[in-house]
Design a protein. Structure first.
Length: 257
């Protein structure tokens, strides 16, 4: 097999949560450009429509699914819609997430539960549903959980996001645990840990800390629009067929200092 073939995704179907904007849309674009048909899901129909138009303008076959992953009953409905559109799900990208900033001593229960529900519980529910309905019986599948370098260490000064950090550490070990169980089905489960990328979620934090973050990272830059694309294609393709239970930090080196 030529090495290029290892990265090709023709005939594959990818379901990307939080796929209407930001990192999710960038990854959906990358998967689609390598030949995958893409189902993107998010809460807002108008943002999904705009994202789908963008993807189709690039020649990518895309469908949209409106759903709020904070609600348990949204998960089977999302999977139903993806299977109705494409008949199978080969790649699941658990990208949707939330954060909330507050000092630990004053952190609201509501905020804790919201962050943990979307960042940990929803990916578990989706993996369980997709695994049972499309991957296990076919003995194939790629699950990529979008964690964060925030799950690898404590918070830097000025970043009071205890639930987010905790949830992303949980996402990394969820990846390991699921990979351990589902390897026998031929399913690879890995994680990507992005560093700081400009996004709606990170805007407030970067407004205060961007200069410090850039100065401290070995590559002295934030993540850009193209910087997750290679990582997601690698972990979604046959190029990573002997890799499971691992995380890949895409952070300009920030997690090593």
């Amino acid at each position: 097999m030529h090495v290029r073939e290892l990265f090709e995704l023709g005939g594959r179907v990818a379901l990307v949560t939080g796929g209407s904007r930001g990192l999710g849309l960038q990854m959906a674009e990358a998967l689609g450009q390598m030949g995958a048909r893409v189902a993107i899901t998010a809460r807002k129909a108008d943002e999904l429509a705009e994202a789908a138009s963008h993807l189709r303008g690039l020649g990518i076959e895309a469908t949209t699914i409106v759903g709020d992953l904070q609600h348990a009953d949204a998960v089977p409905n999302i999977v139903d819609a993806a299977l109705a559109a494409y008949g199978q799900i080969d790649i699941l990208v658990n990208n949707a997430g939330a954060t909330w900033g507050a000092p630990a001593e004053d952190y609201p229960d509501e905020a804790w539960h919201k962050v943990m529900n979307l960042n940990v519980t929803a990916p578990f529910r989706l993996a369980r549903e997709v695994g049972k309905r499309s991957m296990i019986a076919r003995r194939t599948g790629k699950i990529v959980n979008i964690a964060s370098i925030a799950g690898l260490k404590g918070s830097p000064a000025g970043m009071q996001t205890i639930a987010y950090n905790t949830s992303k550490a949980a996402a990394i070990n969820f990846t390991r645990a699921l990979a351990s169980e589902w390897g026998r089905y031929g399913i690879n489960v890995n994680a990507i840990c992005p560093g700081f990328f400009p996004s709606k979620m990170s805007a407030g934090l970067l407004e205060k800390l961007e200069q410090t973050i850039v100065e401290q990272a070995p590559l002295h830059r934030l993540g850009g629009d193209e910087d997750l694309k290679g990582a997601i294609v690698y972990l979604a393709s046959e190029a990573s067929r002997h890799v499971t239970g691992q995380y890949l930090a895409v952070d300009g080196g920030a997690s090593i200092v």
